[in-house]
Design a protein around this ligand. Structure first.
Ligand code: NAD
Length: 274
């Protein structure tokens, strides 16, 4: 199945569906990323703090797929905020990944309590202008953090990667992203595989289409214009999660999903995390 791309605000194309590797060990990442690439994924989402950049990079290199056909994302961890530290942390990530550029470099959290994200963003602008990242973005930024970057710096983030799934639909953030021309990337798109996939309304939509709950949830994201990066280390699920381009949710299905928003996070609150 062919994954469509979205065009980021600097013209770079990003696959709308990728593979996330949070909570995957470095060894396991070699296998899981290899399986994902075989299944047709061409976008991989890792982070310095996941401690699997090495394994991820090895799988990319071993795949034989040309580097330019793979969209590689990694992230700067909170302890490396600040202009100089960020530049050094980026070098270390490239080393571990075994590549001389990433497609997308994200600031993992804003850590507003330390008030370092504007200074840190200037390092991201430098990395971008040096051509060592094809695009730069943020993660877990609230609209107020995004507004401040837009006011005080010259590069608008290409992406904001935020917790987003049918039980936490993030209407305000998505509106802020639209205003600024920022692509919304959904983390924990399957709600971490916990309660969401057994919600009766989700199961009903899945039955109606002869699909799995995970597949209809991913379809909901895609039809909402989100980038999604589902994670699995199970080969059959890795394949299942990319097999979502042969059907469409209709307006009844989308209405059923709209009713599932509980406005409750699974993860930390960005206003006081880090
Ligand atoms: P997810 O929503 O992708 O859920 C993954 C879990 O769902 C799996 O561990 C498995 O238990 C289950 N699952 C996966 N496919 C399934 C299927 N087909 N059927 C049934 N169950 C299935 O959760 P996630 O890993 O938290 O999020 C995805 C990615 O987002 C991460 O790997 C990471 O790359 C990224 N992420 C980023 C941040 C951030 O702060 N920027 C935070 C969390 C996650």
């Amino acid at each position: 199945s062919k994954v469509p791309s979205l065009t980021l605000n600097n013209g770079v194309a990003m696959p709308q569906l990728g593979f996330g590797v949070w909570q995957v060990s470095d060894d396991e990442a070699v296998r899981a990323v290899a399986t994902a690439l075989e299944a047709g994924y061409r976008s991989i989402d890792t982070a310095a703090v996941y401690e699997n950049e090495t394994g991820t990079g090895r799988a990319v290199a071993a795949s034989g797929i040309p580097r330019e056909e793979i969209f590689l994302t990694t992230k700067l961890w909170n302890s490396d905020h600040g202009y100089d530290r960020a530049l050094r942390a980026f070098d270390a990530s490239l080393d571990r990944l075994g590549t001389d550029y990433v497609d997308l470099y994200l600031m993992h959290w804003p850590v507003p309590r330390r008030d370092t994200y504007v200074d840190t963003w200037r390092a991201f602008e430098k990395i971008l202008s040096d051509g060592r990242a094809r695009a730069v973005g943020v993660s877990n930024f609230l609209p107020e953090h995004l507004d401040r970057l837009v006011e005080e710096t010259s590069v608008v983030p290409a992406v904001n990667q935020i917790e987003l799934h049918p039980q936490f639909q993030q209407a305000e953030s998505r509106a802020a992203h639209r205003r600024h021309g920022v692509v919304t990337e959904a983390w924990s798109p399957l709600g971490q595989g916990k309660g969401l996939l057994t919600v009766p309304a989700v199961a009903a939509v899945a039955r109606k289409h002869g699909r799995t709950p995970a597949q209809v949830v991913l379809r909901w994201h895609l039809q909402n214009g989100n980038v999604v990066i589902p994670k699995s280390v199970t080969p059959s699920r890795i394949r299942e999660n990319i097999d979502v381009f042969g059907f469409e949710l209709d307006s009844d299905d989308l209405a059923a999903f709209a009713a599932l928003d509980e406005g409750r996070r699974l993860g930390p609150d960005p206003s006081d995390f880090g």
